[in-house]
Design a protein around this ligand. Structure first.
Ligand SMILES: [Zn+2]
Length: 390
């Protein structure tokens, strides 16, 4: 059905490994773990897809431990297969080691969220999902065999999977994708029509940048490969969107598989492919018959460029033409108007069919700002601001 190269999936044999680790852990754990003033304790846990990890947990008043990070304000709860966030409960443990099979989904997303907030702070100086240190509440075991995860203003729910031979929806890139919807939300990126697809694509891109930072030796261009039992499966492929295993996407703007009715999880393919080309470079021909060659600029620069494009230039924007302009302006800001990065940005957009002609066409369709012949100076300035193209 598909030809993405199979990616080895590392699975932790939970029951066996967990008990061995638990024994090892009790031997090395100090009797009274160090507790910060805010109750934060260094703990450990078994994730579903990334083996044993270090955790930040919280000591409760009764001397137990729970999956909360008081400094980063991350609260991870068990929805107990219900769908009412108010009914979710803490996952507790007598020691700061969370090694049970039931805790593994929660440990996975708790660990990933801690890493994600650290990544944003280190790379971009950002505090929390909303930029203001807002609380992030995560609910695992959401619903019954729920094959999805959803972000809603700082609350994230993660299902246990089941469909398409999937396991729990708690991989590091899934957490990165969902919580990155907080970046687009606070940046004023909408979710209607074409911008919805770009919104989803930005989450894929930001998640991959995070994954690359968190585990550089195991990152890939596949989106969510770890939640499938069968190696090689993935929800999407950013390097080859048409061959996405679960949800085939166009790789060219208005090319094959493009959906005129929107399709937030389909029409993001061209921008995902744009980012892949920007990082790695490539050559070939697109669905429109245009040949292309792109020189890659690498992860570090591409990551800064996308972050700036989203957080500075995409507020209230609606289209692929806007995404091209935003990335172009970000490249000029960061690397200079005549830098090779800017040439790569534009070459990669041309490669996926978002050309200067598309920008002109999009502009022509927009309503003209109202006439300003008799306007006051204030109105003239306002009109000019409305017309300004980054
Ligand atoms: Zn999404």
């Amino acid at each position: 059905m598909r030809a993405t190269p199979p990616r080895p999936i590392r699975r932790t044999p939970l029951a066996g490994a967990a008990s061995i680790v638990a024994i090892a852990f009790t031997l090395v754990l100090p009797r009274a773990p160090a507790v910060d003033a805010d109750g934060a304790v260094r703990g450990r846990g078994a994730t579903l897809y990334d083996g044993e990890v270090e955790l930040v947990v919280e000591r409760t008043d009764d001397g137990r431990f729970r999956l909360r990070d008081p400094e980063r304000r991350i609260v991870t709860l068990d929805a107990r297969n219900g769908t009412d966030a108010a009914q979710s409960v803490d996952i507790t443990s007598a020691t700061p080691a969370f090694e049970t099979e039931r805790a593994a989904a929660a440990v996975s997303v708790h660990w990933a969220a801690v890493r994600l907030l650290d990544y944003w702070r280190e790379r971009f100086g950002r505090r929390g999902w909303d930029g203001r240190g807002g609380e992030l509440r995560q609910h695992v075991h959401w619903g019954k065999n729920h094959f999805n995860a959803t972000f809603d203003r700082g609350q994230v729910v993660y299902g246990d999977g089941g469909a398409h031979e999937s396991t729990a929806i708690v991989s590091l890139d899934y957490v990165g994708h969902e919580v990155s919807h907080g970046i687009t939300l606070t940046a004023g990126v909408g979710y209607e029509g074409e911008i919805a697809a770009l919104n989803e694509s930005y989450s894929d891109i930001l998640a991959k940048c995070f994954e690359r930072w968190a585990k550089p030796d195991r990152s890939s261009w596949l989106v969510f490969p770890e939640i499938y039992r069968t190696p090689g499966r993935a929800t999407r492929s950013m390097s080859d969107p048409k061959r996405s295993w679960l949800s085939a996407q166009p790789d060219t703007y208005r090319g094959e598989l493009w959906r005129d009715d929107g399709g937030p999880h389909e029409n993001g393919g061209p921008q995902n492919r744009w980012f892949h080309l920007l990082v790695e470079g490539g050559h070939g021909a697109n669905d429109l018959g245009d040949r292309f060659r792109v020189d890659g600029i690498g992860w570090a620069r591409a990551e800064q460029l996308v972050w700036r494009a989203v957080t500075v230039y995409m507020r209230g924007r609606t289209s692929y033409a806007d995404a091209r302009l935003a990335a172009d302006q970000a490249a000029a800001d960061l690397f200079g108007a005549s830098g090779r990065e800017r040439r790569s940005v534009l070459a990669a957009w041309d490669a996926v069919g978002v050309t200067d002609a598309i920008v002109r066409e999009t502009r022509a369709k927009r309503p003209e700002p109202r006439k300003v012949e008799n306007a006051t100076v204030v109105e003239r300035v306002r009109a000019l601001r409305r017309r300004r193209r980054y």
